[in-house]
Design a protein around this ligand. Sequence first.
Ligand SMILES: Cc1cc2nc3c(=O)[nH]c(=O)nc-3n(C[C@H](O)[C@H](O)[C@H](O)COP(=O)(O)OP(=O)(O)OC[C@H]3O[C@@H](n4cnc5c(N)ncnc54)[C@H](O)[C@@H]3O)c2cc1C
Length: 501
Amino acid sequence: MTNAVFDLLVVGGGINGAGIAADAAGRGLSVCLVEMGDLASGTSQWSSKLVHGGLRYLEHYEFRLVREALAEREIMLSRAPHIVRPLRFIMPLAPSARSSLKIRAGLFLYDHLARRRRIPRSRPVDLSSDPAGRALSRQFHHGFSYWDCWVDDARLVVLNARLAASLGALIRTRTRLVSFDRGADAWSATVENSGRLDTYRARAIINAAGPWAGEVAALERSNIKSESTNVSLVKGSHIVVPRIAGGDDGYLLQNTDGRVVFVLPFEDAFTLIGTTDVPVDGSPAEAVCTFEEEDYLLAAANRYLATPLTRREIIWRFAGVRPLQTGPVGVEPSSLSRDYQLVQSGSRHGEFMLSVIGGKITTYRALAEAAVRRLEPLFPGLAPNWTAARPLPGGDIPNEDSSLYLEGLARLYAWVPDPVMHALVRRHGTLAREVIGDARRLEDMGRFFAGSLSEREVAYFAENEWAKTPEDVLWRRTKAGLHFASQDARAAASAAIEAQL
Ligand SMILES: Cc1cc2nc3c(=O)[nH]c(=O)nc-3n(C[C@H](O)[C@H](O)[C@H](O)COP(=O)(O)OP(=O)(O)OC[C@H]3O[C@@H](n4cnc5c(N)ncnc54)[C@H](O)[C@@H]3O)c2cc1C
């Protein structure tokens, strides 16, 4: 039993939980976050990795969401220029899809719904002369270009957890909430870590368990009255193939069923294609990308690509599950709102709980702000909003110019090979220097795995970023797992990393 009573217990170490923990800790609340697996081991590592307004949400009149997301895009870019970067999108015009007029109107709104500082505006594009046309079949002559941003989703979660910890929050990974009950003036929460049970007490609980939010709410033993909500779980899958020729832009492709599919440059050497929208009712942890979804994504991409892809080219696939607010019967999952909802139970000391339903990587900061503000009745005089102007760890890059920063660091550490420095700055920003530490020559970085990942960086992840398994390092702190020449090489690296952790 931990004697201390936390102001806030956050359940779930995805982007929303980590963002809420940071926001609350920065306002002076004492915060504990419990995550049953690794940070970002849920939906937050399985997104399309876009910081976007969501052009297609305009069709569903989700102007509030789009405006907020577009504004967040600029804020994210300035808080974390190392892991967020602008990406140009090409939307080819296709016969029997949305009309040019409709797209033009949508893009006009997209350009003007929120202030843009670093993001260029949309334009018509001639695909027979623009380099982006090279990836596409010759029948596509015209289209539009517009800009959104790309983000390393799992690192965004970790950096928020680091920010929270730097402000005093306790971050407990591999710690599952098992049940919680109302005490005299605080919640009493039982958690389990490696078979050991412990009790944490907290004045308020925020349930940020993503697709598990319903399960977590059901762990409450005292039947506090809750606002009602209807939630559906919807799975989205992605496939990864070697980088398609000419595919350095993102593509937004209109499919024949009215949905859109993204084709995105990924990790220098790859292309990411997604996503599907499939209702699910099993455990979110068991969601996989099925053959049908692979075929769907390949067919949608091949309708446009100059060189068609086959199943043989798929080198990785993944699926994530999101909770969405249920609409009227018969509404397609792709039409359900991507906006978030904060569902409150109880209102007094010792029984205040808020459940986060839905949301986007893009809007996590605004969501966290809104969620923590809801605690105001419990903590009168709560400090004002603060996160918009505060860089995430490593994000304090002068003029938000990662390329210039990289050049400077490469000069300073001339002995670090370019691809290694590039990877370090992309993952750590200004903290790259902390990772290099007292190393003076390449040998001081230890052995290297999959090109740019060194033993020294693995140790850094273990010491500073809660990495406990090879998977945490190879698939979430980095995507090094994708870059091995063979399964055997990956297994050997995993064993070496395991021995080090
Ligand atoms: C296919 C797909 C593509 C997407 N693409 C984008 C995109 O491009 N851009 C964008 O902005 N958004 C995107 N999203 C949305 C975005 O990924 C999600 O909104 C976001 O990741 C949800 O984060 P979360 O923190 O709420 O949930 P999660 O990341 O799932 O975190 C919840 C955490 O709670 C933990 N947990 C559960 N039960 C317990 C318990 N009992 N005790 C302790 N911990 C527990 C889980 O392990 C998990 O880590 C996408 C979503 C999907 C499904």
